[in-house]
Design a protein around this ligand. Structure first.
Ligand code: CAA
Length: 240
Protein backbone atom coordinates (compact mmCIF):
# COMPACT_ATOMS: atom_id res chain seq x y z
CA UNK A 1 0.00 0.00 0.00
CA UNK A 2 1.32 3.47 -0.83
CA UNK A 3 1.79 6.04 1.88
CA UNK A 4 -1.00 8.56 2.40
CA UNK A 5 -0.18 12.28 2.43
CA UNK A 6 -2.41 15.20 3.38
CA UNK A 7 -1.49 18.59 1.94
CA UNK A 8 -3.38 21.45 3.54
CA UNK A 9 -4.38 24.26 1.21
CA UNK A 10 -3.64 21.72 -1.49
CA UNK A 11 -5.89 22.76 -4.33
CA UNK A 12 -4.20 26.01 -5.34
CA UNK A 13 -0.78 27.66 -5.50
CA UNK A 14 2.17 25.96 -3.81
CA UNK A 15 -0.09 23.30 -2.28
CA UNK A 16 -1.36 22.23 -5.68
CA UNK A 17 2.21 21.73 -6.93
CA UNK A 18 3.02 19.74 -3.78
CA UNK A 19 0.01 17.48 -4.34
CA UNK A 20 0.83 16.72 -7.95
CA UNK A 21 4.52 16.18 -7.22
CA UNK A 22 3.78 13.72 -4.40
CA UNK A 23 1.16 12.00 -6.53
CA UNK A 24 3.68 11.62 -9.37
CA UNK A 25 6.05 10.01 -6.88
CA UNK A 26 3.45 7.38 -6.08
CA UNK A 27 1.95 8.65 -2.83
CA UNK A 28 -1.80 8.61 -2.23
CA UNK A 29 -2.60 12.28 -1.79
CA UNK A 30 -5.48 14.15 -0.17
CA UNK A 31 -5.75 17.90 -0.53
CA UNK A 32 -7.55 19.90 2.12
CA UNK A 33 -9.07 23.25 1.26
CA UNK A 34 -11.16 25.77 3.14
CA UNK A 35 -13.28 27.86 0.83
CA UNK A 36 -13.01 27.73 -2.92
CA UNK A 37 -15.23 24.77 -3.96
CA UNK A 38 -14.93 25.54 -7.65
CA UNK A 39 -11.10 25.52 -7.61
CA UNK A 40 -11.15 22.28 -5.59
CA UNK A 41 -13.51 20.58 -8.01
CA UNK A 42 -11.43 21.64 -11.01
CA UNK A 43 -8.24 20.51 -9.27
CA UNK A 44 -9.64 17.08 -8.37
CA UNK A 45 -11.09 16.53 -11.85
CA UNK A 46 -7.89 17.55 -13.58
CA UNK A 47 -5.34 15.79 -11.40
CA UNK A 48 -7.26 12.88 -9.89
CA UNK A 49 -6.40 13.94 -6.33
CA UNK A 50 -9.25 13.82 -3.79
CA UNK A 51 -10.02 17.12 -2.07
CA UNK A 52 -11.60 17.46 1.38
CA UNK A 53 -13.09 20.63 2.80
CA UNK A 54 -12.25 21.80 6.28
CA UNK A 55 -10.80 24.83 8.05
CA UNK A 56 -7.32 24.01 9.40
CA UNK A 57 -7.76 26.74 12.02
CA UNK A 58 -10.62 24.73 13.56
CA UNK A 59 -9.28 22.03 15.86
CA UNK A 60 -12.34 19.76 15.80
CA UNK A 61 -12.64 20.09 12.02
CA UNK A 62 -9.03 18.90 11.64
CA UNK A 63 -9.65 15.86 13.85
CA UNK A 64 -12.76 14.95 11.85
CA UNK A 65 -11.18 15.73 8.46
CA UNK A 66 -8.08 13.63 9.12
CA UNK A 67 -10.26 10.81 10.44
CA UNK A 68 -12.29 10.87 7.23
CA UNK A 69 -9.16 10.83 5.05
CA UNK A 70 -7.75 7.87 6.96
CA UNK A 71 -11.03 5.96 6.66
CA UNK A 72 -11.23 6.58 2.93
CA UNK A 73 -7.58 6.41 1.88
CA UNK A 74 -5.64 4.77 4.74
CA UNK A 75 -3.62 5.95 7.75
CA UNK A 76 -2.07 9.37 7.27
CA UNK A 77 1.73 9.07 7.26
CA UNK A 78 2.70 12.41 5.74
CA UNK A 79 1.34 15.85 6.60
CA UNK A 80 2.32 18.94 4.68
CA UNK A 81 1.14 22.05 6.52
CA UNK A 82 0.90 24.45 3.65
CA UNK A 83 -2.39 26.31 4.22
CA UNK A 84 -1.87 29.97 4.90
CA UNK A 85 -3.34 33.41 4.41
CA UNK A 86 -2.08 36.98 4.42
CA UNK A 87 -3.77 39.98 5.97
CA UNK A 88 -1.04 42.52 5.27
CA UNK A 89 -0.99 46.01 6.73
CA UNK A 90 1.28 48.13 8.82
CA UNK A 91 0.86 47.64 12.56
CA UNK A 92 -0.96 50.91 13.14
CA UNK A 93 -3.63 49.87 10.63
CA UNK A 94 -3.81 46.15 11.45
CA UNK A 95 -6.97 45.02 13.22
CA UNK A 96 -7.10 42.48 16.01
CA UNK A 97 -9.04 40.26 13.62
CA UNK A 98 -6.20 40.46 11.03
CA UNK A 99 -3.80 39.31 13.73
CA UNK A 100 -6.03 36.55 15.10
CA UNK A 101 -6.99 35.05 11.74
CA UNK A 102 -3.41 34.78 10.52
CA UNK A 103 -2.26 33.21 13.80
CA UNK A 104 -5.28 30.88 13.91
CA UNK A 105 -4.85 29.55 10.37
CA UNK A 106 -1.12 29.76 9.65
CA UNK A 107 0.23 28.66 13.03
CA UNK A 108 -2.82 27.12 14.71
CA UNK A 109 -3.32 24.99 11.59
CA UNK A 110 0.06 23.30 12.13
CA UNK A 111 -0.82 22.49 15.74
CA UNK A 112 -4.28 21.20 14.84
CA UNK A 113 -3.02 18.96 12.05
CA UNK A 114 -0.17 17.60 14.16
CA UNK A 115 -2.59 16.85 17.02
CA UNK A 116 -4.73 14.90 14.58
CA UNK A 117 -1.98 12.89 12.86
CA UNK A 118 1.08 12.67 15.13
CA UNK A 119 -0.38 10.05 17.53
CA UNK A 120 -0.92 7.57 14.66
CA UNK A 121 2.56 8.26 13.28
CA UNK A 122 4.04 7.54 16.72
CA UNK A 123 2.17 4.26 16.97
CA UNK A 124 3.26 3.15 13.50
CA UNK A 125 6.79 4.48 14.11
CA UNK A 126 6.98 6.34 10.83
CA UNK A 127 5.92 9.80 9.78
CA UNK A 128 6.86 12.90 7.87
CA UNK A 129 5.66 16.38 8.79
CA UNK A 130 6.70 19.25 6.52
CA UNK A 131 5.67 22.76 7.51
CA UNK A 132 5.70 25.58 5.00
CA UNK A 133 7.25 28.58 6.71
CA UNK A 134 8.44 31.67 4.88
CA UNK A 135 11.39 33.91 4.23
CA UNK A 136 9.26 36.54 5.96
CA UNK A 137 9.25 34.43 9.13
CA UNK A 138 13.05 34.35 9.00
CA UNK A 139 13.73 37.95 8.06
CA UNK A 140 10.54 39.90 8.87
CA UNK A 141 8.65 41.97 6.34
CA UNK A 142 7.20 45.48 6.20
CA UNK A 143 3.42 45.22 6.69
CA UNK A 144 3.42 41.66 7.99
CA UNK A 145 3.82 41.53 11.77
CA UNK A 146 1.04 38.92 11.89
CA UNK A 147 2.30 36.74 9.05
CA UNK A 148 5.97 37.03 10.04
CA UNK A 149 5.14 36.09 13.63
CA UNK A 150 3.06 33.09 12.58
CA UNK A 151 5.67 31.87 10.10
CA UNK A 152 8.47 32.42 12.59
CA UNK A 153 6.36 30.42 15.05
CA UNK A 154 6.21 27.60 12.51
CA UNK A 155 9.99 27.41 12.50
CA UNK A 156 10.06 27.06 16.31
CA UNK A 157 7.18 24.58 16.25
CA UNK A 158 9.11 22.48 13.72
CA UNK A 159 12.24 22.25 15.83
CA UNK A 160 10.30 21.37 18.98
CA UNK A 161 8.18 18.68 17.35
CA UNK A 162 11.26 17.27 15.60
CA UNK A 163 12.68 16.52 19.04
CA UNK A 164 9.51 14.72 20.10
CA UNK A 165 9.33 12.67 16.91
CA UNK A 166 13.00 11.76 16.59
CA UNK A 167 12.90 8.53 18.61
CA UNK A 168 9.69 7.29 17.07
CA UNK A 169 10.59 7.60 13.40
CA UNK A 170 8.71 10.82 12.76
CA UNK A 171 10.65 13.65 11.15
CA UNK A 172 9.50 17.26 11.21
CA UNK A 173 11.05 19.81 8.92
CA UNK A 174 10.24 23.21 7.45
CA UNK A 175 10.63 24.82 4.10
CA UNK A 176 11.02 28.57 3.97
CA UNK A 177 9.92 29.71 0.53
CA UNK A 178 10.84 33.10 -0.79
CA UNK A 179 8.56 34.96 -3.20
CA UNK A 180 6.83 32.38 -5.39
CA UNK A 181 4.66 33.05 -8.44
CA UNK A 182 1.24 32.44 -6.84
CA UNK A 183 -2.02 34.34 -6.31
CA UNK A 184 -0.80 35.34 -2.83
CA UNK A 185 2.26 37.11 -4.20
CA UNK A 186 0.31 38.51 -7.14
CA UNK A 187 -1.83 40.35 -4.56
CA UNK A 188 1.17 42.46 -3.49
CA UNK A 189 0.87 45.93 -5.07
CA UNK A 190 2.91 45.99 -8.28
CA UNK A 191 5.38 48.75 -7.35
CA UNK A 192 6.12 46.97 -4.07
CA UNK A 193 6.55 43.62 -5.80
CA UNK A 194 8.97 45.18 -8.29
CA UNK A 195 11.13 46.36 -5.38
CA UNK A 196 11.03 42.89 -3.85
CA UNK A 197 11.98 41.10 -7.06
CA UNK A 198 14.88 43.52 -7.45
CA UNK A 199 16.22 42.12 -4.15
CA UNK A 200 16.23 38.51 -5.37
CA UNK A 201 19.71 37.59 -6.61
CA UNK A 202 18.36 34.94 -8.99
CA UNK A 203 16.34 37.77 -10.55
CA UNK A 204 12.88 36.22 -10.67
CA UNK A 205 10.04 34.84 -8.60
CA UNK A 206 10.23 31.16 -7.70
CA UNK A 207 7.93 28.53 -9.16
CA UNK A 208 5.61 26.46 -6.98
CA UNK A 209 7.20 23.30 -8.42
CA UNK A 210 10.54 24.40 -6.95
CA UNK A 211 9.02 24.29 -3.46
CA UNK A 212 7.23 21.00 -4.17
CA UNK A 213 10.53 19.39 -5.10
CA UNK A 214 11.90 20.28 -1.67
CA UNK A 215 8.85 18.79 0.03
CA UNK A 216 9.26 15.52 -1.86
CA UNK A 217 12.91 15.40 -0.83
CA UNK A 218 11.98 15.74 2.86
CA UNK A 219 9.20 13.13 2.61
CA UNK A 220 11.36 10.42 1.07
CA UNK A 221 12.15 7.14 2.81
CA UNK A 222 15.85 8.10 2.64
CA UNK A 223 15.25 11.38 4.52
CA UNK A 224 14.98 9.76 7.96
CA UNK A 225 18.08 11.50 9.31
CA UNK A 226 16.87 14.97 8.30
CA UNK A 227 14.78 16.43 11.09
CA UNK A 228 14.36 19.84 12.67
CA UNK A 229 15.86 21.48 9.63
CA UNK A 230 14.70 24.40 7.51
CA UNK A 231 15.26 24.33 3.80
CA UNK A 232 15.31 27.87 2.41
CA UNK A 233 14.21 28.08 -1.23
CA UNK A 234 14.28 31.76 -2.06
CA UNK A 235 16.58 32.51 -5.00
CA UNK A 236 19.29 33.75 -2.63
CA UNK A 237 17.15 36.56 -1.19
CA UNK A 238 17.92 35.64 2.40
CA UNK A 239 20.80 33.41 3.40
CA UNK A 240 20.02 32.17 6.87
N1 CAA B 1 9.84 45.83 0.39
C1 CAA B 1 10.32 47.05 0.08
N2 CAA B 1 9.59 48.18 0.19
C2 CAA B 1 8.32 48.08 0.62
C3 CAA B 1 7.76 46.85 0.96
C4 CAA B 1 8.57 45.72 0.83
N3 CAA B 1 8.12 44.51 1.12
N4 CAA B 1 6.50 47.04 1.36
C5 CAA B 1 6.25 48.36 1.27
N5 CAA B 1 7.36 48.98 0.82
C6 CAA B 1 7.49 50.41 0.59
C7 CAA B 1 6.56 50.91 -0.52
O1 CAA B 1 7.09 50.68 -1.81
C8 CAA B 1 6.46 52.36 -0.17
O2 CAA B 1 7.66 53.03 -0.55
P1 CAA B 1 7.64 54.43 -1.38
O3 CAA B 1 6.93 55.38 -0.45
O4 CAA B 1 9.08 54.73 -1.62
O5 CAA B 1 6.88 54.13 -2.62
C9 CAA B 1 6.42 52.35 1.37
O6 CAA B 1 7.06 51.12 1.74
C10 CAA B 1 5.01 52.40 1.94
O7 CAA B 1 4.25 51.33 1.33
P2 CAA B 1 2.74 51.54 0.86
O8 CAA B 1 2.57 52.87 0.21
O9 CAA B 1 2.35 50.33 0.08
O10 CAA B 1 1.99 51.58 2.27
P3 CAA B 1 0.49 51.20 2.56
O11 CAA B 1 0.27 51.52 3.99
O12 CAA B 1 -0.41 51.70 1.51
O13 CAA B 1 0.47 49.59 2.38
C11 CAA B 1 1.17 47.35 2.78
C12 CAA B 1 1.20 48.80 3.26
C13 CAA B 1 -0.29 46.84 2.74
C14 CAA B 1 1.98 46.55 3.77
C15 CAA B 1 1.75 47.27 1.36
O14 CAA B 1 2.99 47.96 1.31
C16 CAA B 1 2.03 45.83 0.97
O15 CAA B 1 1.13 45.09 0.60
N6 CAA B 1 3.32 45.44 1.02
C17 CAA B 1 3.73 44.08 0.68
C18 CAA B 1 3.91 43.26 1.91
C19 CAA B 1 4.47 41.94 1.49
O16 CAA B 1 5.61 41.82 1.04
N7 CAA B 1 3.68 40.87 1.61
C20 CAA B 1 4.11 39.59 1.17
C21 CAA B 1 2.90 38.83 0.66
S1 CAA B 1 3.38 37.31 -0.13
C22 CAA B 1 3.84 36.34 1.14
O17 CAA B 1 3.73 36.65 2.28
C23 CAA B 1 4.38 34.99 0.75
C24 CAA B 1 5.66 34.73 1.38
O18 CAA B 1 5.73 33.94 2.32
C25 CAA B 1 6.88 35.33 0.84
Amino acid sequence: MTRVAIVTGGTRGIGKAICTTLRDKGYTVAASYAGNDEAARRFSDEFGVRSFKWDVGDHQACLEGCQLVSEELGPVEIVVNNAGITRDGTLHRMSVDDWDEVMRINLGGCFNMAKACFPGMRERKWGRIVNIGSINGQAGQYGQVNYAAAKSGIHGFTKALAQEGARVGVTCNAIAPGYIDTDMVAAVPEPVLEKIVAQIPVGRLGQASEIARGVAFLCAEEAGFITGSTLSINGGQHMY
